[in-house]
Every structure is written in C-alpha cells, then in structure tokens.
Design a protein around this ligand. Structure first.
Ligand SMILES: Cc1cc2nc3c(=O)[nH]c(=O)nc-3n(C[C@H](O)[C@H](O)[C@H](O)COP(=O)(O)O)c2cc1C
Length: 206
C-alpha cells in the first residue's frame, strides 16, 4: 500500500469516528433539553375536575391512548384495554354508576381495563393491576402535556362500582375496569400539590 493511501484511509476512519461521536453528543444534549420539560410535566400534573365544553379532537385522544400503551408491563404482556368514551349519553351513564367520577363537565373518559385473557397465569396474574396503573399514569401525564386536565377515578376493587361500570360498557367477564379517567380542557387553573417528603426516603436500609 502506498504511503498516501495509508494516510487517506486513516483520515477517513478518523472522520467516521468523529461523526459518530458528534451524533452521540447531539442525541445526549437534545435528551437533556427535553428532560427538563418531562420533569416539569410530571411535577405540574394535578387532578383536574372541572372542564370547559371544548371537545377533545380524536387524534389527541389517540395520542393519549398511545401513551398509555407505551407503559411497561410484566413480561410485556400488555394486559390492558382502553374504552374511549365521548358520547354524552355514555358519559352520563358512567356518572350515574360512579358517585365520585367528576363526569359532570368532562368531555371524554378513558376507562382503563385489565384483560385477564392476556394476563400472566398463576400468581403473576395480579400484575395486571400494576401494568394498567402504569398505563394510567402515562395517560394522565400525556393529557397534561397536551393542555388537558384529567383525574383518575378508581373503580377496581370497589365491588359496588365494578359490575356497574362493566354493565354500562358491555365488558366481557374477563375484562375488569380499573378506573375511569375523566378528562377535558381545564375550566380553571389547578395548582399541583407539593408532595416531596424526605421522611419517605430511606438510605440503603429502613
Ligand atoms: C387509585 C385512585 C383512585 C382515585 N379515585 C378518585 C375518585 O374516585 N374521584 C376523584 O375525584 N379522585 C380520585 N383520585 C384522585 C386522587 O384524589 C388524587 O390523585 C389525589 O388527591 C392527589 O392529587 P393530585 O392528583 O392532584 O396530585 C384517585 C386516585 C387514585 C390513584
């Protein structure tokens, strides 16, 4: 190999390494920029219970449900189903069976359900609750990021409310409603609560 070829090959390889390193750094810094926004979104989320009459666009609701499905789940079973309710009659029917659902002014509700046919068998079956809770938090955070307000209204394990919600939605027996997330555009500015409590943190051991 001529000396000039050797120099050209070495220069080419150095350029490739430099380009890869720059790409890595650009990725890191843009992730750092968005990290601030993500943390801000988490820290400013709060339950919202009063809404304006402005409807939520279909694609906005789809984005929110996509965020729900991006949640982690045990063994990646994704044992969930989401019932998206926007019809006034259906919202009213849900409100009739859930006394604390804040559905009076909500323009939409997403009912997060566990699908036991997709759940792990044996004791791991109960992971569906954690999986669906993770999806729920993703939905709450996505709604907040999109300028919506929302609140998690518990259904499972309330023995009075669960069958009623299942009946209203026509759920099959293996699908369990975990909660109703009521949502809409906020009617007022709700202030997030400061829940930081260092007493709840233990260093290495209790
Ligand atoms: C499992 C669960 C069940 C809840 N059920 C209801 C409910 O039925 N009605 C309601 O208005 N809020 C409900 N909430 C919302 C809580 O009241 C709220 O998250 C809590 O007061 C903390 O306030 P924040 O969400 O503004 O931080 C529920 C929350 C969780 C996690």
């Amino acid at each position: 190999m001529k000396k000039i070829d050797y120099v050209l090959i070495t220069l080419g390889m150095a350029a490739m390494v430099l380009a890869a390193s720059c790409a890595q750094h650009t990725g890191d810094s843009s992730r750092q920029n968005s990290a601030g926004a993500v943390i801000e979104n988490i820290m400013t989320r709060t339950s919202v219970r009063q809404f304006t009459s402005r409807p939520i666009a279909k694609d906005t609701l789809e984005t929110i449900v996509r965020a729900g499905m991006a949640a982690p789940s045990a063994m990646n079973k994704q044992p969930w189903a989401f019932v998206v309710v926007t019809e006034k009659e259906m919202l009213d029917s849900l409100r009739a069976v859930h006394p604390y659902s804040n559905l009076k002014t909500a323009t939409a509700a997403i009912v997060v359900c566990g699908d036991l046919e997709k759940a792990i068998e044996g004791f791991g079956r109960e992971y569906w609750i954690q999986d669906c809770s993770a999806a729920t938090e993703n939905i709450l955070l996505a709604a907040h990021a999109l300028g919506l307000g929302a609140v998690w209204c518990g259904v499972y394990p309330n023995p009075n409310v669960m069958p009623q919600v299942a009946r209203v939605l026509g759920l099959p027996s293996w699908v369990i409603p975990l909660n109703i997330i009521t949502m809409g555009y906020p009617a007022d500015e709700s202030q997030p609560k400061d829940k930081w409590n260092p007493e709840n943190v233990h260093d290495q051991r209790w």
